[in-house]
Structure formats: structure tokens, C-alpha cells
Design a protein around this ligand. Structure first.
Ligand code: SF4
Ligand code: SF4
Length: 366
């Protein structure tokens, strides 16, 4: 096993934990409700980090199968915070899987990310303010560009994740077409089902995640399909679009509020060690929900021709531009893909062990 003696020092830049205190009792793995025979964590990951087994960690799915129940940290006799260590590994891996290296830079220098978000927001707003054309048309073009940009960012991450966890080890392309695996992956992606696997399920945290996920997905659908034209149409309370906007805004605001409240109170292990990028993430989500709702309500009350509606719409789109350019490709947002993908790849490894899999050797890769 190749080791990197500086690995732990590198990971420590991404979060607050102290596994130097760990004396390998194994308590954390014994109490972890999500640890299993084929995915035993967190002690194995801690051991790898202690000896500098960087490659083993970077090719492991285990960090993505941990849902930060916090039971390991609660019961650790040495206060090594294994739950926070797993969270820190996820930040480290996001940075590692980002081919641009920007994510790691933002994690290490979060204030630069804050400045960039504020700068892109201010710049976009300034550009929108002086724009003399039809802003509704411009907003439609911007919203059409979002999915292209996001798809490219996700594709790069997903490929690196697959390469590190499967390709580099198996030396061949492995794909599962098993319906039950695909179904399980979809269920995990849509419901974040593993939250319920924690022995003492923290329902508030799960509900907050579900609300944010559903509200945000709906917002993406609304904007990417360009279902709203607040400067052209006058919406009423009984319109279907109003229902969609109100649900999306409510879900994001309620979920975002719960997340911010929990982080401020620091009651649960999962919210005790917030990284400043976590704060930026929830604050921006909250702003998206808030500005979307405000634009729609002002359209309903004032009508599409009112200049105040246009001004609010410009603020809403400027928030979304900053979110899409800086937050989506370079922060924990990618969790929503990596978690279900880890479930899929874990099942794929099981199928491979049973010889049930479609595989394709890559010429020249040994
Ligand atoms: S419970 Fe604490 S001391 Fe024991 S192995 Fe886990 S992290 Fe180390
Ligand atoms: S935080 Fe929860 S899921 Fe993660 S390793 Fe600890 S007990 Fe297991």
C-alpha cells in the first residue's frame, strides 16, 4: 500500500476533528447503524487516514454511505469526532474529484468564495440594470444556459468519482442494468432514505433535506423549462404555476430555515462543526426561495408591467447566476448525486462479486 505521510495534514484543512486521539477501539463502527460487512466505517477510514493511505480513501464509497447520524461521535471515548471526520472526508473528496481544483481552493479559502458570490451577484445586477433590451428574453437565455453548465460540471464530477472508485481498481468499465439496483438508486436519490437508517432517526434533519431537495428540484424544473414569465404574464392565485412556485418557495424556505436554525443552535453532532461554505450554501438556497416567492407575489399584486416587479426579477436572476456559477459546481451540492451514486456503485460491486455484471475491458489499462 502506497502511503502519503502528509495526508492527514491535508485532510485537516477541510474540517474540525482530531483522530490523533483515536486508539482504534472500534466503538464507532460497532454503533454505526449504516456500517455493514461490505462497507465498514468509520474506523477503517480513520485507520487509513492515520497511516496515510490516500488512495484507499479516495477510491472508497464509504464516506458517501455515512449520513452523519453522529452516533459514533456521541459514543467515542476519546472525543475524536469520527462523524465530523467522515464529513470532512466528503469535503476533501469533493475537492479531489473536482478536476478544476477550484472546489478545494474554496474550501481552504472560503472568504474568497464569499467575495466571488457577492461580486458575481453585484456584477450581474449591474449588467441587468443597464440592459436596455427585453429582460424576460434575456432571463430565458440565461436560464437555458444553466442546465448546460450544470450538466458539464456534474458529468466531470461523476466521471472522476466512477474512475476513482471503479475504473482504477477494476481496470474495466462495469455497468449494472439490474432493475432493482436502478430502482434503489432512484429511491435513495429522491428520498435520501438512508437518513432513516440512523438508529435514532433525526426526523427534523431528514424533513429539512427532503423539503430543500424537492423545492430545489422543482425550482430547477420551473426555470429550466422556463415555466414562469413574470414580466409577460399576470399570474393569479389559482394558476398551476402559482402552486408550483409557492410549493418550491415554501419547501426551500422552510427547509433552509430549519438547516440554518440547527447550525446556529449546534444541538446535533451533524450541525456542530459547520464549515463556512455550509453556511453560504444554506443562505444562498434561502435567498433563491425567498426572491422567487417575492417576484411571484409582486407579479400577482402589481402585474407584469410594474417596474418594481422587473427590479425584483433582476435580483432573483442575479442570485441564481451567483448560485449556479459558484455554489453548484464547487460545494456540497454535489452530495445529491454522489450519495445515490455510491448506493449504485456499492450494489454494482456486489453484482461483480457474483459475476452478474456487464463489463468491458479497456485496452491498454492494466
Ligand atoms: S470510537 Fe473513537 S477512539 Fe474508538 S475507534 Fe472510533 S474514533 Fe477511534
Ligand atoms: S456519523 Fe453516523 S453514519 Fe456516519 S459513521 Fe458515524 S454513526 Fe455512522
Amino acid at each position: 500500500m502506497k502511503v502519503n505521510p502528509n495526508f492527514l495534514k491535508k485532510v485537516k484543512k477541510y474540517g474540525a476533528f482530531d483522530i490523533s486521539k483515536c486508539f482504534n477501539c472500534g466503538n464507532c463502527t460497532a454503533v454505526c447503524p449504516l456500517s455493514a460487512e461490505d462497507a465498514s466505517f468509520p474506523r477503517k477510514m480513520i485507520r487509513y487516514a492515520q497511516v496515510g493511505a490516500q488512495k484507499e480513501i479516495e477510491s472508497s464509497l464509504d464516506p458517501w454511505l455515512c449520513y452523519y447520524c453522529g452516533e459514533c461521535s456521541d459514543t467515542c471515548p476519546r472525543q475524536a469526532y469520527p462523524g465530523e471526520f467522515m464529513m470532512t472526508l466528503r469535503r476533501y473528496l469533493i475537492a479531489k474529484y473536482d478536476i478544476t481544483g477550484i472546489s478545494g481552493f474554496f474550501y481552504r479559502f472560503p472568504w474568497i468564495q464569499n467575495i466571488l458570490v457577492a461580486g458575481i451577484f453585484a456584477f450581474s445586477l449591474g449588467a441587468f440594470a443597464v440592459y436596455k433590451g427585453d429582460f424576460q428574453e434575456l432571463a430565458a437565455k440565461i436560464e437555458l444556459a444553466f442546465p448546460v453548465y450544470v450538466t458539464l460540471a456534474i458529468a466531470a464530477y461523476v466521471f472522476t468519482f466512477y474512475r476513482k472508485t471503479i475504473l482504477d481498481k477494476a481496470k474495466k468499465i462495469l455497468i449494472s442494468f439490474d432493475f432493482s439496483n436502478i430502482k434503489e438508486t432512484l429511491i435513495h436519490g429522491l428520498t435520501q432514505k438512508n437518513f432513516s437508517g440512523c438508529s435514532d432517526t433525526d426526523r427534523t434533519r431528514w424533513i429539512a433535506h427532503l423539503l430543500v431537495m424537492s423545492g430545489y428540484t422543482l425550482t430547477l424544473v420551473i426555470s429550466n423549462l422556463h415555466l414562469l414569465e413574470p414580466l409577460k404574464k399576470h399570474y393569479g392565485i389559482s394558476d398551476f404555476a402559482t402552486f408550483l412556485v409557492f410549493y418550491a418557495a415554501f419547501a426551500i424556505l422552510a427547509g433552509g430555515f430549519i438547516m440554518m436554525y440547527r447550525r446556529a443552535k449546534k444541538k446535533a453532532q451533524s450541525s456542530s462543526f459547520s464549515h463556512s461554505t455550509d453556511w453560504l450554501f444554506v443562505v444562498m438556497l434561502f435567498l433563491i426561495g425567498f426572491t422567487t416567492a417575492v417576484v411571484h407575489i409582486s407579479n400577482m399584486i402589481l402585474g407584469p408591467q410594474d417596474p418594481r416587479v422587473e427590479m425584483l426579477y433582476k435580483i432573483n436572476i442575479a442570485v441564481e447566476v451567483a448560485w449556479i456559477i459558484i455554489i453548484v459546481p464547487f460545494t456540497k451540492w454535489i452530495h445529491i448525486f454522489f450519495r445515490p451514486m455510491a448506493v449504485y456503485l456499492r450494489n454494482l460491486k456486489k453484482e461483480e462479486a457474483q459475476g452478474k455484471l456487464f463489463s468491458m475491458p479497456i485496452p491498454g489499462l492494466k
